[in-house]
Ligand binder design. Structure first.
Ligand SMILES: [Zn+2]
Length: 384
């Protein structure tokens, strides 16, 4: 992509379809594969931008649906845009709101023009269309905006999934036509549920449009892990040598990263590491650790001796166990700082392993530490 708002160079690694790359945006560069912490409401819950820089975040996510309901995109625009409003000077990607309308809004009604829904905050009626979703993201001023799409449950009939996919393609063209902010990139979203033929058709329709990147949507919504991997394989084969960045929406557990990276994914986002942190589930190089377990109340060791984060450098497991039991607010920040550091260091480890050929060995190590527990963990709905 020359002369566009972003540039991306992703080179093949010889490991499946995995690529190593660098995405340049108006607010800085992003090494790929990369994980994007989720700051749905202009805040990565419980941490500051300074924390995010220490953690090593290179790009974060904001959300059209949430920010348009509260505090309002026009207000954020008047206050200088999302970067200034939340005091984050790095790259921001904004989701278009399609997922939240699907998962959070009550009484949603989809028609050809857009979606009418009741706000999850106060029940007031709202409407999103491809044009308004793009206009809101232009007001927010994110570096990367997403086209408006229609997500459906994978359990719907193939005809209903196909219907939503075709509408997503028409909305993709309308999103492109509506988009005018030249320093903002726009990514298209591939849909099609878990039907291979639909995914192939969706890749063909979306990839022929002049988007700056390609996102894979409609996963992490209740499908099995086998269905997710099968879909990623089909999409990767259909995309072939397409050189644009590829973003897998809403997926972010340690083992999912390895599967998706092997199928050519460059960008991830998920609420999982931050959400489970707030329940006391900590991700470590030794596997999961539930800090609420009584055995940690007398444990003077750090959460993870191998971790560089502020939490692990400063505090003991015993102290965190106490904070969670006492419901002290600091618990959320310390746990979030650790889980995001682990996640971003895991991505860094994956990049290093792609570069030096040790990817399979790293994958097997993480599989050994996370494999058994993960098979019992249902991936959550993304977005809050
Ligand atoms: Zn740590």
């Amino acid at each position: 992509m020359l002369n566009g708002p972003i540039s991306f160079s992703g080179r093949p690694t010889g490991i499946g379809r995995a690529r190593l790359g660098r995405l340049e945006t108006p607010h800085g560069g992003i090494d790929t594969p990369q994980f994007m912490p989720v700051g749905t409401q202009a805040s990565v819950k419980s941490v500051t931008p300074a924390d995010l820089h220490d953690i090593g975040a290179q790009v974060i996510l904001g959300n059209t649906y949430h920010l348009s309901l509260r505090p309002g995109a026009e207000r954020i625009a008047r206050l200088g845009g999302l970067h200034r409003f939340m005091a984050w000077d790095g790259p921001i990607l904004t989701d278009s709101g399609g997922f939240q309308v699907f998962s959070l809004a009550n009484l949603r009604k989809v028609d050809e023009d857009g979606v009418t829904f009741a706000s999850h905050i106060d029940g007031a009626p709202h409407r999103l269309t491809p044009e308004t979703a793009v206009a809101i993201q232009e007001q927010l001023g994110s570096d990367i905006a997403m086209a408006f799409d229609q997500l459906v449950e994978p359990s719907l009939s193939p005809a209903a999934v196909a219907d939503a996919m075709e509408r997503t393609h028409r909305w993709a063209e309308r999103s492109l036509s509506a988009h005018g902010r030249s320093e903002q990139a726009l990514f298209g979203i591939v849909q099609g549920g878990v039907e291979p033929e639909l995914r192939v058709r969706s890749v063909a329709a979306i990839s022929e449009l002049p988007f700056d990147g390609i996102a894979i949507g409609g996963l992490s919504v209740g499908e099995t892990k086998a269905e997710m991997e099968g879909t990623l394989r089909v999409v990767a084969e259909a995309l072939g040598e397409d050189s644009r960045p590829r973003y897998l929406m809403g997926v972010g557990s340690p083992l999912d990263f390895f599967v998706a990276v092997e199928h050519g994914i460059d960008l991830f986002d998920c609420v999982l590491p931050t959400r489970v942190a707030r329940t006391g589930q900590l991700w470590t190089w030794e596997g999961r650790l539930n800090i609420r377990n009584s055995r940690f109340q007398d444990d003077p060791r750090p959460v993870d001796a191998e971790c560089r984060c502020e939490t692990c450098r400063t505090f003991s497991r015993a102290y965190l166990a106490h904070l969670f039991r006492a419901e002290e607010l600091l618990a959320y920040r310390l746990a979030t700082v650790h889980n995001l550091t682990y996640t971003l260091d895991l991505m860094r480890g994956i990049r290093a392993a792609l570069a030096d050929g040790s990817f399979a060995s790293l994958r097997d190590t993480v599989q050994g530490r996370y494999g058994n527990a993960e098979s019992r963990t249902k991936r959550p709905i993304r977005g809050r």
